[in-house]
Ligand binder design. Structure first.
Ligand code: SAM
Length: 645
């Protein structure tokens, strides 16, 4: 029997809406029964049956899909009016509930329907659900039943929501339409003038935002792997190999001396998802460009692309199946970005392979998972570990047995919900494949959840002690970079900008032959003490950290030596040279601004190399230099890109 961790505290940390399931099922029974089920398919079917029995898998908007609508003008109007009362009292969630009831009760081609949609969009705006807000506002306007003297209001709200979401070009269009429709408003000429001035100010804000955002995205990657490509793992350098260790499983080790600045990995994402809401990024997996002039999918209006070509390609990759239900997918509990990305990944591969092949591959994996040699996990039949291979990502180490039963149950619930919506919108899946497809969704959700926690860090912020959680800028899955283990004293780090689709990893310290290459999963010894780090690793990442600072209990930055002495000089014959170089470094620190460190990388590399061989760690000047190199790598790539223009 699989030995799942009984630890339940992680449920409260980051997963929204678990109680939607846990309040309505008997969790004691779930905790007793779920671990008994050996197969992933069995666990999915158990969960799905339970949710169906408890009526949890019903669509709250079922009437949206029904043809035989009915109209109860009195009740629907009173629902809307009740909604307005809640809205006035700022009880927006309750107001949304009322407007939704009104929408269910009333015919689509009526003014009442359009008003309820418009009102609900206002309530969604206040709850911060801008996607829903836009969806409702668009629908109300498109219905042509919305009073024309109020249209300017809706356009203004759309402008606000789009601006907040970072779609500044669309926001400008909406504000322009708002001003166009202002003539129809029942307002005095004076109020109109004032209103116009306010909206024009907002347009100026948008213009400023769009110039700030304009930066090149479609630039080729100029970096080269040190020593060329690795024969078996093409996204890695030829100067590394994969080896097993007792405490960390597989890891990447240097086969030659690697120098700071050397490129050790250049990886492409297998799947990439929504960036932070404030940035407009093309949704198509093969593009992912930041663009301030994205065009929306005309049907769902909830995803955007840089052009028609990307839109058509994404449609083929599965958006046509996701489009009618994306609104609902975003309401499923859990981490909304992960759920949406899981759906995108599933549809892309399902459509590429077809039902039978997809099911046979994932079934094969599910049954043989426990027997797979951990060393060859993710390698194909000719011994290649490739980032564009489905199984490479699908079989990433997700420490599934270390997850609590509650988390496992929760992911099964989310997968059941996703599949329910898919099948509801016309996705045909024979009964006998439901378990397999559902279990594959659980695996996909778990892989994405693990990778989200580890490798999507903003490289400029992960050293700050106040950022305990990985501040995810983009939810992207880099299968080869996922091979790097964590160290609280990373010797490699991402270079370039987090918005770059291609991720480059560079050495930031000297890495002698035989040493493991490690990045950080979000915590560094300089900022947090061992207990805090171990807690983070246990709770967030589901493993006990065995890096050098944890094993040797290195002190945090404030407690490490900041002077040379006989205690930390390793090579006494070099003491004078090291001492004079340390003085020069102190001057450098005072004179050169951080933004210019990227122009002095060679100097920083030579200084860190000198300290690496001659001074015992931890040592404050070493840690300072390391931080400068890591930060400068993020800036320097951008500088190269800027110079290309
Ligand atoms: C992204 S994977 C890294 C590759 C993985 N070791 C493998 O065998 O494929 C993350 C997993 O590696 C292990 N790991 C990574 N860093 C570690 C560390 N510092 N100490 C212990 N285990 C670590 C944990 O099991 C973790 O869940």
């Amino acid at each position: 029997m699989t030995n799942y961790s009984p630890n339940m505290c992680d449920m409260t940390l980051e997963y929204d809406g678990f109680d939607i399931y846990s309040y309505r099922v008997n969790m004691a029974n779930v905790r007793a029964e779920l671990p008994k089920l050996k197969s992933a398919n069995g666990r999915f079917m158990f969960t799905r049956d339970l949710l169906l029995k408890r009526n949890i898998l019903i669509t709250p908007f079922d009437s949206f899909y029904e043809d035989d609508e009915y109209d109860h003008p009195d009740t629907s109007t009173s629902y809307r009016q009740n909604g307005n009362v809640f809205f006035k009292d700022k009880l927006y969630v309750k107001a949304i509930e009322m407007y939704t009831k009104c929408l269910k009760d009333c015919q689509k081609n009526t003014e009442c329907y359009a008003l309820a949609q418009a009102n609900r969009s206002a309530a969604y705006f206040h709850t911060g659900e801008y996607g829903h807000c836009l969806n409702d506002a668009f629908s109300a306007l498109e219905s042509k039943n919305y009073p024309s003297n109020l249209a300017y209001k809706l356009y203004m709200r759309m402008g606000h929501a789009e601006r907040i979401l970072g779609f500044v070009e669309q926001a400008k269009d909406s504000y322009a339409l708002c001003l166009e429709r202002l003539d129809e408003a029942d307002m005095s000429a004076e109020s109109k003038l004032k209103f116009r001035a306010e909206v024009e100010k907002l347009v100026t804000v948008c213009e400023k935002q769009s110039t700030e955002r304009k930066r090149p995205m479609d630039t080729p990657c100029l970096e080269q792997l040190v020593g060329g490509r690795n024969e078996n793992i093409p996204a890695l350098s030829a100067f590394v190999e994969l080896k097993m260790s007792e405490n960390m499983g597989r890891g990447v080790y240097a086969t030659r001396d690697i120098n700071p600045g050397d490129v050790v990995a250049i990886d492409e994402p297998y799947i990439c998802g929504p960036f932070t809401e404030s940035v407009g990024v093309c949704k198509y997996n093969g593009c992912m460009k930041i663009n301030s002039a994205l065009i929306q999918c005309p049907k769902c209006k909830m995803v955007s692309y840089c052009n028609k070509d990307c839109m058509n390609k994404d449609d083929k990759d599965g958006h046509h199946l996701e489009c009618p239900i994306i609104f609902f997918i975003r309401t499923i509990p859990g981490i909304s970005k992960i759920n949406e990305l899981a759906m995108k990944w599933f549809l892309k591969d399902y459509l590429k392979m077809g039902l039978k092949k997809y099911c046979s591959i994932v079934n094969n994996y599910n049954f043989s998972e426990s027997k797979i040699d951990p060393m060859t996990r993710g390698f194909d039949e000719i011994g290649q570990y490739k980032s564009d291979n489905f199984l490479t990502s699908y079989s990433l180490d997700i420490s599934v047995n270390k997850r609590s039963i509650d988390v496992l149950f929760f992911f099964n619930c989310i997968a059941a919900h996703m599949l329910h919506y898919l099948m509801h919108s016309g996705f045909r899946l024979p009964e006998c494949y439901i378990g397999t497809v559902g279990a594959s969704l659980v695996q996909i959700l778990t892989v994405l959840d693990s990778s989200y926690r580890k490798l999507n860090l903003d490289p400029l912020s992960y050293r700050r002690s106040d950022i305990l959680l990985s501040r995810s800028m983009a939810l992207t899955l880099y299968p080869t970079i996922s091979l790097f283990n964590h160290s609280c004293d990373a010797n490699i780090s991402p270079s370039g900008n987090m918005f770059n689709r291609i991720r480059v990893m560079k050495a930031i310290q000297p890495i002698p032959k035989g040493t493991q290459l490690c990045c950080t999963y979000g915590i560094m010894f300089i900022a947090l003490n061992k207990n805090e780090r171990q807690r983070f690793c246990n709770i967030r990442l589901n493993f006990e950290c065995y890096c050098e600072p944890c094993i040797k209990n290195w002190p945090t930055y404030n407690y490490i030596p900041n002077r040379l002495s006989t205690l930390n000089i390793l090579n006494s014959s070099m003491a004078d040279t090291v001492s004079s170089e340390c003085k020069k470094f102190a001057e450098f620190t005072n004179l050169v601004e951080p933004k210019d460190h990227c122009h002095h990388l060679n100097y920083l590399y030579s200084f860190i190399k000198l300290l690496y061989t001659n001074v015992k760690r931890p040592f404050s000047l070493y840690e300072d230099c390391l931080e400068m190199i890591s930060n400068a790598h993020c800036i320097s790539t951008d500088v190269k890109i800027m110079n290309l223009l």
